[in-house]
Design a protein around this ligand. Structure first.
Ligand code: SF4
Ligand code: FES
Length: 293
């Protein structure tokens, strides 16, 4: 299922959320790496090595409690690499067609396949099984978002936050006749934020979102800074209203989990800090302007 499909199914997701809220234990909790694991077997079909995946399973449409299910995937040789996403596709093709997960580009570009891989936030399409260094690999959906099915979460709150910061260029009055140029130095300032692929790993890792679902979250706030720092953008103070609140930049705990979680080396906390400075500077500018008048 793609993010766009997910957005189109918002109503269905809201219904799913209601079902999740009714779930006796609330949102399913993770019990990573618990339980007895039998020794690894050689793959019966004669392939050189099998790798075990322990996958979180849950369907918000049924009343069944969440569980972990183990699958073995065959790897053709030690030399041949295989990504977590390829392993999931193999399981879906050959073992269980009902296994749900998102992907699109398969090249760490679209951000669809973000999940917890042995407790670490990453993109399933870029993590090689052989680099994980564990016999059993535990796959879990992103926290802080309701689960629709298995590894597929409801991204609606994440997109809603993004929508709130108006993530598009606000035009400078008197636009130039030709294109709007930026110097390489100006562009460098926003480079890392432009690299954000909206995978929501930072959103899943954020402790503030665990207690305040209205919090805009690291990705939206970093994206807002990307536009504030863009010399071609001329947004006014009114577009910063949502960010200048306890559920915006002032809500950040500055514990840097989003930086650790980001698979694209974006540092959302830096953007949040820069936004705070920007908002204070705007306030002082206004204050001085009123004193001069
Ligand atoms: S900042 Fe990083 S982790 Fe957050 S949405 Fe963007 S790419 Fe994903
Ligand atoms: S499938 Fe696009 S980032 Fe993984």
């Amino acid at each position: 299922m793609l993010p766009s499909q997910n957005m189109n199914q918002k109503n269905e997701s809201i219904e799913n959320n209601q079902r999740l809220n009714e779930f006796p234990a609330g949102r399913p909790t993770f019990s990573r790496g618990t339980g007895e694991i039998p020794p690894l077997k050689r793959d019966v079909r004669g392939f050189q090595r099998a790798i075990r995946l322990k996958i979180f399973r849950y369907d918000s449409k049924t009343d069944k409690p969440p569980r972990y299910e183990e699958f073995e995937v065959r790897k053709i040789s030690e030399q041949m690499s295989m990504t977590v996403l390829e392993a999931l596709l193999q399981i879906q093709d050959e073992r269980d067609g009902t296994l749900a997960f998102r992907y699109s580009c398969r090249g760490a570009v679209c951000g669809s396949c973000a999940m917890l891989i042995n407790g670490k936030f990453d993109l399933a399409c870029r993590v090689q099984l052989q680099n994980i260094g564990a016999e059993t690999i535990v796959l879990e959906p992103l926290p802080n978002l309701n689960i629709i099915k298995d590894l597929v979460v409801d991204m609606a709150p994440f997109w809603d936050s993004l929508q709130q910061i108006q993530p598009w260029l606000h035009e400078i009055s008197n636009p130039p006749k030709k294109e709007r140029l930026m110097s390489p130095k100006e562009r460098e300032k926003i480079d890392q934020y432009v690299n954000c692929i909206l995978c929501a790993a930072c959103y899943g890792s954020c402790p503030v979102l665990g207690r305040d679902e209205k919090y805009l979250g690291p990705a939206a706030l970093a994206k807002l800074y990307r536009f504030i720092a863009d010399t071609r953008d001329s947004r006014g103070d009114e577009t910063l209203k949502n960010a200048n609140t306890e559920s915006g930049v002032w809500g950040c705990d500055t514990v840097f989990r989003c930086i650790d979680a980001c698979p694209k080396n974006v540092r959302p906390t830096d953007g949040i800090e820069a936004l705070r400075r920007n908002l204070i500077a705007r306030k002082f500018r206004k204050l001085f302007a009123s004193l001069i008048l």
